[in-house]
Design a binder for this molecule. Sequence first.
Ligand SMILES: [Zn+2]
Length: 60
Amino acid sequence: MPNPKRRHSKARSAKRRTHYKAVSPSVSTCSNCGEIKLQHRACPNCGAYKGRTMFVPKSA
Ligand SMILES: [Zn+2]
Protein backbone atom coordinates (compact mmCIF):
# COMPACT_ATOMS: atom_id res chain seq x y z
CA MET A 1 0.00 0.00 0.00
CA PRO A 2 1.33 3.49 -0.85
CA ASN A 3 1.93 5.70 2.11
CA PRO A 4 2.70 9.41 2.47
CA LYS A 5 6.43 10.01 2.81
CA ARG A 6 6.12 13.00 5.14
CA ARG A 7 3.41 14.12 7.48
CA HIS A 8 1.68 17.39 6.64
CA SER A 9 2.44 20.37 8.83
CA LYS A 10 -0.24 21.80 11.10
CA ALA A 11 -0.30 24.91 8.89
CA ARG A 12 -0.99 22.84 5.78
CA SER A 13 -3.90 21.05 7.44
CA ALA A 14 -5.22 24.33 8.81
CA LYS A 15 -5.04 25.96 5.36
CA ARG A 16 -7.09 23.14 3.87
CA ARG A 17 -9.66 23.46 6.66
CA THR A 18 -10.21 27.18 6.06
CA HIS A 19 -12.96 26.05 3.68
CA TYR A 20 -14.82 24.23 6.47
CA LYS A 21 -17.46 26.68 7.65
CA ALA A 22 -20.21 26.39 10.21
CA VAL A 23 -23.61 26.97 8.67
CA SER A 24 -26.45 28.51 10.63
CA PRO A 25 -29.61 26.36 10.57
CA SER A 26 -32.44 27.66 8.40
CA VAL A 27 -35.36 28.51 10.64
CA SER A 28 -38.96 29.43 9.93
CA THR A 29 -41.99 30.30 11.99
CA CYS A 30 -44.65 27.74 12.89
CA SER A 31 -47.86 28.29 10.92
CA ASN A 32 -49.86 26.94 13.88
CA CYS A 33 -48.44 28.79 16.89
CA GLY A 34 -45.98 31.27 15.32
CA GLU A 35 -43.00 29.93 17.27
CA ILE A 36 -39.56 29.73 15.58
CA LYS A 37 -38.83 26.20 14.37
CA LEU A 38 -36.43 24.33 12.10
CA GLN A 39 -37.60 23.88 8.51
CA HIS A 40 -38.93 20.44 7.54
CA ARG A 41 -39.30 19.54 11.21
CA ALA A 42 -42.37 19.34 13.38
CA CYS A 43 -42.77 22.33 15.69
CA PRO A 44 -41.21 21.58 19.11
CA ASN A 45 -43.71 23.93 20.75
CA CYS A 46 -47.02 22.56 19.46
CA GLY A 47 -46.04 19.44 17.46
CA ALA A 48 -47.69 20.62 14.22
CA TYR A 49 -46.34 19.79 10.78
CA LYS A 50 -48.07 20.43 7.42
CA GLY A 51 -51.29 21.40 9.18
CA ARG A 52 -51.46 18.21 11.22
CA THR A 53 -50.47 17.42 14.79
CA MET A 54 -47.57 14.95 14.83
CA PHE A 55 -47.20 14.67 18.60
CA VAL A 56 -48.57 16.24 21.74
CA PRO A 57 -45.75 18.21 23.42
CA LYS A 58 -45.06 17.70 27.11
CA SER A 59 -46.55 20.59 29.05
CA ALA A 60 -43.96 22.54 31.04
ZN1 LIG B 1 -46.07 25.42 16.58
